[in-house]
Design a protein around this ligand. Sequence first.
Ligand code: B12
Ligand code: SF4
Length: 465
Amino acid sequence: MGCSDILGISTPLGSLHRLQGLVTRWRAIPPDRRPLLVFGGLIATFAPDALLKEFPEAVLVIGEGEEALVRLTEVVGLHPEVLWRQVFAEASIPNLMYQAGDQVIRTVRRNINLRDAPPPDRPFLNELLLRGGIVRAEASRGCSYGRCSFCAIQHKYCDEAGWRDVKISRIVQELGDLSLAGARHPYFTDEDFIGNDPLRALALARAIEREKSLGRISSELTLYVDMRAASVLARGNAGRPSGLAVLKGLQAAGLREVFVGIESGAVEQVQRYKKPATTQRNLQALHRLRDLGLEVDIGFIFFDPEMTLDEAATNLDFLRHAGLWNHYARLTKEVRLEAGTPLVELYRQKDLIAGPLDVDELTFPYRWRDTRVEAVHNTFRAWERLDGGRVYELQAASRGEVPSENLRRRRCELLGQVRAVELDVLHSIVDSTQQNKDSASLDLSPFTQRRSDLLDSWQYSERSR
Ligand code: B12
Ligand code: SF4
């Protein structure tokens, strides 16, 4: 360290400890050779005050970083160090927060023009492919709905609910480059892949299909995207293709798997989450995707602090009747009370926030309304953690650049069996709590054994592969 002008560091969840280590090393560089310290990404975006307090030397980039980082580089290249902090504000570089003297400066928040954005540099692509990791692609940012109470995405994009698309020519070019490098299963980072422009989604699908037919994208390339139930179920009209037509087009282009945020099977919980779709519509969307033969990944927030025991039972009934008991997704998560979401204000009013923001995880701890639901949650989590590491490994092995679709399917099936054991356990705990028994005294060892046998069989089969 010490030869560059800027040291830019991303701050994903759980990175605070590494950040402290890096800054300690940065502080050891003689002051006249220290690069400008710039933090961007999740913690910088959602906990900038806490981050700046701990690292007052840093310049934070809140939200999108492309424009800010390029402009910072220009200023640093053109001006002597003593002037940098003064010039940042004068040069109206967006999305910054930093200290100048004893003042904290915040510059204007602004989203980039995604249509003109160049593709990302991918210096680690080959390494990622070698390790069978997940290659990411991007076709849009933001969400055309943008009002779910638990979702942090609006804050990332300047508190604007809105959807912006990447130019089709860039997406297709990038997929071609990824394909040439050997990637076969890119996952799109888009929150809302179709957004408010199904016609463009169809055009994108056709462009990918065309490139495949010309041999510029491998015919084996598959796609993984996030969609809203509303996009899946959208009716068409003149000039606007239906969700079904778009799905069929995308499937012809290689769509393999669609993530849909169902979140809950209990009517009032869905309303608390401010999801736009009803439980019924969510089910219809699932059926439509499955009827087409697409894999469906599912977002489900089983627990929230306002949950009743009846709602827990309703969620379990929903999952069973929807045929999701053996699904590979982790359907037993709890809501994360994330900084920058509408839920924080709501819980504050309801006195449900139990402490300060955990800056590393970007969540607030909360109090549960019903202590019985809290006990169910805690008993289940303690059991889940017993073999959590191996389950996570199996989940990771079923995503990204898996060598073959057959192998992915086998891993997903096995993971689905593990998930079924998890739901069986949760069901037993909810059941016994409903009968006023103490769930902590339940004998869960037969379930522990079943899960362990499944994971052993996976490890054995992988070793003999
Ligand atoms: C891919 C992804 C994952 C992957 C990989 C995560 C990882 N650690 O890399 C997986 C599947 C593992 C994952 C898991 C989880 N994720 Co996730 N994930 C995403 C997703 C879909 C894409 C991230 C991405 O690549 N975006 C595209 C790039 C271009 O954007 P970016 O990374 O944000 O970078 C931009 C800026 O942040 C900034 N920037 C970033 N770094 C830097 C550095 C510098 C120096 C500068 C100047 C700027 C800068 O500039 C970039 C360009 O504009 C986002 C949603 C989204 N669309 O962003 C959610 C998201 C990040 N995930 C989220 C969550 C909640 C989770 C989980 C907790 C889910 C769960 N309940 O288990 C776990 C946590 C895992 C963990 N410990 O990290 C939330 C985080 C919200 C929050 N405030 O906490 C998001 C925003 C989704 C959402 N709608 O709420 N996730
Ligand atoms: S959870 Fe999904 S649908 Fe809801 S606002 Fe966030 S991105 Fe949009």
